[in-house]
Design a protein around this ligand. Structure first.
Ligand code: NDP
Ligand code: MG
Length: 391
């Protein structure tokens, strides 16, 4: 049977890996709809190569450009705007929606796929971090197949075991680019250094969040909602080789793990082939090459943003949105060299301290707060800089 896939975030890092998977699995996986924000040259070329009949661009607003793109691609059905994409997701014929949109725009796409009763392969972290409580209500008994490698590992290790047999979920973390950097050198970290990941090839936001380990706090939140596990039963540890993608400890003391060379094509392929496994030669794992697998705890001084993120996850409600927006803003300031790497934590902490908690926010509240706290963090941190300059 051929599975039809709606691929959202098709021009990004996960999108690129998905096309590689689709190229190898052409007899079973067919991309029937693809969406991006604005990279039309890239997506139209992919649409021609993979014979994708329907495209959507949520970020192209200029009518002249829209007309030109349609004119250049007369055989494709092309839509523009976020609401058009949501309509397509509700009405078009596809089997699996792979949501790899970067950022909060992914939340509504998650809702639309679930509403349409389709299988959801979820990479977009914001859906669970910011809207986990809403997704949990909406999914009911429907299964969400995780694409994030750690959650894919946990999903595979749990198999058919009920949650009553699980003692703990153990999420592994590489430790990012600065695991071995002396703490006194953190002030000298440049954007280029933070944008390099030792093991994984990923988009900029995930790579930066790996350097601070904030990404791991987001993944603890994702696991909380995906697997309906209390925070007390989720732990993260550093595993620098990124070969064990995560583990499940069962009540009898057994640990089950999933291992492979770190490559997103493995969890993407699993999400698209589930509940089967497809033959693939895309990723080879030579265990002799990875002869040493080691583990460490997460140091508070080195990774303060991880602990701040956990605090927000535990608080729940609007706090995960606040912390995520503040981290994005602080990263923006760091990337434009307005603040140092070591200033990121205090900028985020201050924004959180001034935030107003809302226990059960609806989607408009979440989306507004995302913009509001991003702005507040930028403004508050800017003021400090001016103040410092005046002094
Ligand atoms: P990238 O930044 O590489 O790509 C983002 C994609 O989303 C692009 O195709 C972009 O289109 C599209 N996009 C951005 N905004 C919108 C919007 N408003 N509407 C529709 N499409 C939009 O991100 P990644 O591929 O790295 O990550 C995607 C998601 O998956 C994120 O939530 C990330 O946290 C998660 N994830 C990523 C992992 C990875 O290995 N990369 C691992 C685990 C999770 P355009 O190119 O046109 O701007
Ligand atoms: Mg991950």
């Amino acid at each position: 049977m051929v599975k039809k896939i709606a691929l959202l975030g098709a021009t990004g890092s996960i999108g690129a890996s998905t096309f590689e998977v689709a190229r190898e699995q052409a007899s079973t996986l067919k991309i029937s709809l693809a969406a991006a924000h604005s990279q039309h040259h890239k997506l139209c070329a992919l649409a021609r190569e993979f014979e994708i009949p329907i495209l959507a661009f949520t970020g192209i607003k200029d009518p002249a450009l829209q007309e030109q793109i349609r004119h250049e691609n007369p055989k494709l059905r092309i839509y523009f705007g976020a609401s058009e994409l949501l309509q397509l997701l509700r009405n078009e014929d596809y089997d699996i929606g792979l949501n790899a949109i970067g950022g909060s725009a992914g939340i509504e796409a998650t809702f639309a796929i679930l509403e349409a009763g389709k299988s959801l392969a979820l990479a977009n972290k914001e859906s669970l971090v910011m809207g986990g409580h809403l997704v949990a209500k909406m999914r009911g008994e429907k299964q969400i197949i995780p694409v994030d490698s750690e959650h894919s590992a946990i999903f595979q290790a749990i198999g058919k075991h009920p949650s009553s047999e699980i003692r703990k979920l153990i999420i592994t973390a590489s430790g990012g680019a600065f695991r071995n950097l002396p703490l006194e050198d953190f002030g000298k970290i440049t954007p280029a250094m933070a944008l390099k990941h030792p093991n994984w090839d990923m988009g900029a936001k995930v790579t930066l969040d790996s350097a601070t380990m904030f990404n791991k706090a987001l993944e603890v939140m994702e696991a909380h909602w995906l697997f309906a596990m209390p925070y007390s039963k989720i732990e993260a540890i550093i595993h620098p080789q990124s070969v064990i993608h995560s583990l499940v400890e069962f009540i009898d003391g057994s640990h089950l793990a999933q291992l492979s060379y770190p490559d997103m094509k493995i969890p993407i392929l699993y999400a698209l082939s589930y509940p089967q496994r497809y033959e693939s030669a895309l990723v080879q794992t030579d265990l002799i090459q990875h002869a040493q697998l080691s583990f460490e705890g997460i140091d508070r001084q080195r990774y303060p943003l991880y602990y701040l993120g956990l605090q927000a996850g535990l608080a729940g409600g609007l706090m995960p949105t606040v912390v995520n927006a503040a981290v994005e803003a602080a990263m923006q300031l760091f990337l434009s060299e307005r603040i140092c790497f070591t200033d990121i934590h205090s900028a985020v902490e201050e924004t959180m301290a001034k935030a107003t908690q809302i226990a059960d926010p609806d989607l408009p509240t979440i989306l507004n707060a995302n913009i509001e706290y991003h702005r507040k963090c930028l403004e508050a941190t800017h003021k400090d800089i001016k103040h410092m300059e005046i002094q």
